[in-house]
Design a protein around this ligand. Structure first.
Ligand code: HEC
Length: 429
């Protein structure tokens, strides 16, 4: 009896099974009198055409009225569900640097234009598609051998390549960009560093496969020293901060290849461009949040269950000896059956602050989302991750054209995962 009271008290103060609090997005006001040339073409040039043009990484061109008009039903659906542009974070959660998403007003413009009959309007000059920014890189790391992707499942191939840095002294990476060998088959890519102590394990994986690199659809959890960033929008610059890379560390390039609209896969040699310096800058670290018991069978997901949810909160500050951190970017990792999820700060007083909320998880679009300004994490604050899975038939992998049947899942490279990653700097003052 006494124990029950103590437990009840403890759980009410500590919030032993904290859940995320999901926010709702603003739908905006419908508009009328819109035309392609005046309203939509300039908007799509900014938000869609960098990918949806000849040589871009999207499967179809959406640069002219005729092209968009012919596809307006699918375009409407992609915009309505916020699947496109591929910027999964919910706008109601946090503010990010260079968000690629449509604003509430832009989304409403696109939907209203289509709902109103998609009028062309008076012909005007085609709008300019903004050029991608250029990184002033001083180091280029290139895949050691060419690799021709193979459609392993869902017409995709996720492959990891170990890159030698050749660094003879410690360097700080302050910027990164990725130069795909074949643009229209690189869906996206992620770049990580691994410590020298983990290199042998990864070399063995590489050696096990006859082709260059190794298949890594489940990611690299357990071997990551830091996540340098993802590729698909602009080069990244870390302004005054940097990822420390020691001699002997390696860079891992994770390529997510997707079959181009025509022509099949081609041989690829992709490069990672880095801006580095030897002079020390504030080091960026990657904090990860997941329940350690999930790794030992503690994340059972029943077959055919439409919704199974797991959450966990932990204080990286406590683990690092009452440290305070400034948080700069966030990322969530699940596999194909992920449905919805997010990462929050659970403040000492029990309030939640949203860092990332993804309402419709798409395994194929993962990246780092950098905050518009850094967010302070105090020593007694916790990071909270919440993941919901859908293990029904519609969310299974398609291997060689055959959809796999749902089965019981747990934590594993070829099963499921739920991890929040946050890049941060230690506050020392
Ligand atoms: C970063 C590159 C990128 C940007 C920006 C982008 N797309 Fe896409 N789009 C893709 C890729 C790649 C696909 C193929 C499907 C996938 O991988 O999700 C796609 C697929 C589509 C599809 C067909 C499949 C579906 O999901 O319905 C439509 C329609 C679409 N995009 C519309 C748009 C519109 C409209 C915009 C701008 C508001 C936009 N896209 C911005 C890369 C992009």
């Amino acid at each position: 009896m006494r124990w029950a009271v103590v437990l009840l008290l403890a759980s009410s103060c500590l919030d032993l099974n904290p859940r995320g609090e999901f926010c709702g997005d603003d739908e905006g006001e419908a508009r009328t009198g819109l035309t392609w040339h005046t309203d939509i073409a300039p908007l799509m040039a900014r938000k869609c055409m960098s990918c949806h043009r000849a040589g871009g990484n999207a499967p179809m061109e959406l640069t002219t009225f005729t092209q968009v008009d012919a596809l307006k039903t699918v375009v409407r659906d992609a915009v309505e569900t916020r699947r496109m542009p591929p910027w999964p974070p919910a706008p109601c959660c946090a503010e990010y640097e260079n968000p690629a998403a449509l604003t509430t007003e832009e989304r409403r413009l696109m939907l209203s234009w289509i709902d109103d009959g998609a009028s062309e309007g008076t012909v005007a000059a085609a709008p300019m598609v903004p050029e991608r920014a250029v990184l002033d890189a001083n180091v280029t790391l290139t895949m050691p051998e060419a690799y021709t992707p193979v459609a392993t499942f869902n017409a995709e191939d996720t492959r990891c390549f170990l890159l030698e840095t050749g660094f003879t002294e410690t360097q700080y990476v302050t910027g990164i960009d990725i130069k795909p060998g074949v643009r229209d088959q690189m869906h996206h890519s992620l770049v990580l560093t691994v410590a020298s102590s983990d290199v042998k394990k990864l070399q063995d994986l590489d050696a096990e496969s006859a082709e260059p690199g190794w298949s890594c659809p489940g990611g690299l959890l357990g071997s990551i020293k830091s996540g340098l960033g993802g590729s698909f929008f602009e080069p990244q610059r870390f302004e005054g901060k940097g990822f420390r890379v020691d001699p002997g560390d390696r860079v891992v390039l994770t390529m997510h290849y997707s079959l181009p609209a025509s022509g099949g896969f081609k041989s690829d040699v992709t490069s990672v461009e880095l801006k580095t310096q030897t002079e020390a800058v504030t080091p960026i670290v990657t904090l990860s949040v997941y329940n350690p018991s999930w790794l030992v069978g503690g994340m059972p997901i029943p077959e055919n269950a439409p919704s199974t949810r797991f959450s966990w909160a932990d204080a990286p500050g406590r683990l690092a000896g009452a440290a305070t951190f400034d948080l700069h970017a966030v990322n969530l990792h699940m596999h194909e059956r992920g449905k919805k999820g997010g990462v929050w700060i659970l403040r000492e007083d029990g309030t939640r602050e949203c860092l990332l909320q993804i309402n419709a998880w798409d395994h194929a679009w993962q990246g780092d989302y950098r905050f518009a300004s850094s967010i302070r994490l105090k020593p007694r604050d916790r990071l909270l991750v919440d993941c919901e899975f859908d293990n029904t038939a519609s969310k299974q992998r398609v291997i060689g054209g055959v959809p796999q049947s749902p089965r019981w899942l747990n934590w594993g490279e070829d099963q499921e995962m739920c991890v929040g990653f946050v890049t941060a700097t230690l506050v020392t003052e």
